[in-house]
Each structure stands twice: as C-alpha cells, then as structure tokens.
Ligand binder design. Structure first.
Ligand code: BTN
Length: 250
C-alpha cells in the first residue's frame, strides 16, 4: 500500500470552485489527504492566468485533488501527470486520440477539451498541492460562450453521444493514481516520454509563447526531465521555461 492509496472523496452539490473549497477547508481536513472534491456545478470556476472556467451544471467534470507533497520537483511533474491522465482517460472512454499542449492543456485536434489549475499551499513543514481539473463533457458548440466556440470542444461533440460524468470521474481518478504511483516509484523517464509522445508540437515546430507578459518565439524542442519546456532560438541557443502558455496559432 502506498501513501496515495484510499483517497477521501467528497461530492458536493454546488460550490464556488472545487480548488477554493480545499483551500478554505484544508485545516479541517488535514488527515484526509489525498482528498478528492467533485461538484456538478461551480459558481466561480477558475482557470489559469486569472481566467474563468465556464462550469454550468451537468455539462462538465469539475474535480480537485489535494495531496501532501514532500518534494518540489514532484509538484512540477504532478502538473504534467494531470494532463496525461486526462488524455489517457478520455482515450480509454472514447477510443479517440487526444494531445497535450504544454504544460497540461488537453486538445482534440486544435480545440481544447480540458485544462488543469495547480495551486500550492506552502506551510513550514509541508506543501499541499491542489490539482484542479475541468473537462468539457456534454456541451454542444452553442453552449460555450461566443469567444470559446471556435476554440473549445467537448467529449459529446467528438463522439456524438451523451457522456456519463461518473464514468469519466472514475476512469480519470484511476488513471491519475496509476501515474502518481509511477511518480512515487521515481520513474520520471516513463512520465516524460509519455508527455513528449502526446505533445501536439513536434521537435522543430515554430511556437510563440507567453511568459511574464512577454511573447517569446522559437522552435519547440522537447519537455525535459524536470517538466520544463525547452525552446530553441533561431541562433541555436536554448531556453528552458517552467511556466507560461504556448499559443496554438502562429
Ligand atoms: C485552465 O485554465 O485550463 C485550467 C482550468 C481548470 C478548471 C478546474 S474545474 C475544477 C477546478 N476548480 C476550479 O475553479 N478550477 C479547476
């Protein structure tokens, strides 16, 4: 048995944000980690870079998982594991192929189906890492806000079938904990190989990249062993980034 066996699962009926729920209540639920919170609806769902995550009732999976982490290196890889677990779980359910846009957006073709928001609570002796996942499941194109209609997709749009949210939840949790056990065993190579195999960008693809309010351009090289993005410049120099967002169009 490893320390990630037997998570506590709490199913809420509604909340502002499942990430926020763990942040607010973690003192009371200290002994319950790993902790999984789901909610059929979020009133203030949050995405990366202060964006909102559109979270109406019954259309998506909104889930946060909280872990006590002993190692900062592992937190970087936790973020990658989240993306690859979503891609693998969705493939298991639909037999379709999903790709990753570093660090952890999940795409079908060029459209986003899922995203991950990692937040950490850093205390003197411990780090609580909260991994929030949103997956679009039963939306039709018209259900997305106008600005997202050409960029987002859902599993129902891809398969043409209504999706059972509980099935996706269970498949995702099982896949995630499988990869977490691989991380615990220290098999970084397996994780990084899978992340590179699933990348929507191949070596040499031109990319433009938002980092600290700047746009940086270069060529995608690969994701390194620490989960960083290696970007090759025109002059052949390489930079490594641990945060930021790659644009899909160039
Ligand atoms: C992104 O911007 O791509 C990340 C989206 C993350 C959304 C999920 S839904 C569950 C959890 N609770 C939140 O408020 N956000 C994350």
């Amino acid at each position: 048995m490893n320390k990630y066996d037997s998570p506590t699962i709490i199913k809420l009926d509604i909340c502002d944000s499942t990430n926020e729920y763990i942040k607010k209540h973690y003192m009371k639920i200290q002994d319950k980690f790993p902790l999984i919170i789901t909610s059929p609806e979020q009133l203030k769902g949050r995405g990366r870079n202060n964006r909102k995550w559109f979270s109406p009732c019954g259309t998506g999976l909104y889930i946060s998982m909280g872990f006590l982490m002993d190692n900062r290196q592992k937190i970087k890889l936790l973020s990658l594991i989240a993306g690859l677990s979503i891609a693998e779980a969705l493939e298991t359910i639909s037999q379709k192929e999903f790709k990753l846009k570093w660090p952890n957006d999940v795409l079908y073709g060029k459209r986003k189906i899922a995203g991950v928001l990692i937040e950490n609570i850093i205390n003197v002796n411990e780090i609580i890492s909260i991994c929030g996942i949103g997956i679009n499941l039963n939306q039709s194109q018209k259900d997305f806000p106008p600005g997202l209609r050409q960029k987002a997709t859902s599993l129902k749009m891809i398969t043409g079938q209504a999706i059972d949210i509980d099935t996706v939840t269970i498949t995702l949790i099982n896949t995630f904990f499988k990869w977490l056990a691989i991380l615990e065993e220290g098999d970084k190579t397996k994780i990084i190989k899978m992340v590179n195999d699933l990348s929507v960008f191949s070596k040499g693809d031109p990319i433009s990249f938002h980092h600290n309010n700047k746009i940086i351009t270069g060529f995608f090289n690969e994701i390194n062993r620490e989960g960083g993005l290696i970007l090759e410049k025109k002059n052949g120099n390489r930079d490594i980034f641990y945060s930021g967002e790659i644009n899909l169009e160039i």
